[in-house]
Design a protein around this ligand. Structure first.
Ligand code: ADP
Length: 269
């Protein structure tokens, strides 16, 4: 509140520097507020499976000690709770690595056709669990970008995995790769466009601007059920930013969702 008490004449605010310091304070305030929220969120997300694990351990030590049937059932739940914690920690590590490397130069030249083919084949078992069919149009197979290969792999893994998860059982996922002419979003440079489209329940446009926030989930119960941490799109956004690209989300309720990644072509970064 204190920052609002700064007195300045709006007409010469930029000259005497008052407005500048006003912005500094509120930026810093906002950053530290976001850090606090993040720590609170992480703690909460870790505590939920932990509390459940501790509950089951106690039950196994006491009331269910000699019940072989219950033991098997509880161990199964415990293993899935532990897996959830592991996913969360691994996503947190990815996020902090991406942030730490934000300013490092991009080392690899990555052929996108090959990368997408490899990501799709590694997700094939996941897709077949729910009879999802992944279709592709990678005819412009040879397009390449300057990138950090592992990070780009993670972007497309997260997007295609989401399409499989939220697109619905028995549905289709379409992955396309194409070249685009000079783009204002890329400061006039030609680009490469990758689209991941599903035909599931879609997303209310109201939620779209917030989807890339850490831990933001439209339906956190459903997200948990399908194994989500709420960090996938935050990681995607950071990586796309590092590659000087753009992420675009088009969706509406009942109309499926399309996630487009635009990257500068070749060695142009
Ligand atoms: P999560 O780990 O929960 O999947 P993400 O950051 O990857 O987290 O996605 C954030 C939220 O965006 C999801 O919880 C879900 O509500 C929504 N979402 C992401 N992809 C899709 C999609 N293809 N269709 C519908 N909703 C989606």
């Amino acid at each position: 509140e204190g920052v609002y008490e700064v007195h300045c004449n709006p007409t010469n605010a930029l000259n005497d520097g008052v407005l500048v310091s006003f912005l500094d304070i509120s930026d810093r305030e906002q950053a530290s507020q976001m850090r606090r929220d993040f720590v609170a969120n992480v703690s909460h997300e870790l505590r939920t499976p932990l509390t459940s694990l501790m509950g089951f351990i106690e039950t196994l030590q006491g009331p269910a000690k000699d019940d072989a049937g219950a033991r098997m059932q509880f161990l199964e739940i415990m293993s899935s709770e532990a897996a959830r914690m592991e996913r969360l920690v691994s996503d947190l590590l990815s996020l902090s690595r991406v942030e730490a490397e934000e300013r490092l130069p991009l080392r690899d030249s990555v052929a996108l056709g090959a990368l997408l083919t490899s990501v799709i084949s590694s997700l094939a078992p996941r897709a077949s669990e729910t009879a999802v069919e992944i279709m592709t149009d990678l005819s412009e197979h040879d397009l390449s970008v300057r990138a950090e290969a592992d990070q780009l792999r993670q972007v497309f893994t997260n997007l295609i995995e989401n399409a499989i998860k939220y697109g619905g059982a028995g549905g289709k996922v379409l992955v396309t790769l194409s070249a685009v002419e000079g783009q204002p979003a890329l400061r006039g440079q030609p680009g490469v466009l990758v689209k991941v489209k599903d035909f599931g329940a879609g997303i209310d446009p109201l939620h779209i601007p917030r989807l890339t926030e850490r831990f933001y989930r439209v339906d956190s119960h459903r997200s948990r059920q399908v194994g989500g941490t709420g960090l996938g799109l935050a990681i995607v956004k950071h990586i796309v930013q590092r590659h000087r690209g753009r992420l675009r989300i088009d969706s509406d309720l009942g109309k499926g969702a399309e996630f487009s990644v635009l990257l500068p072509r070749g060695d142009a970064v």
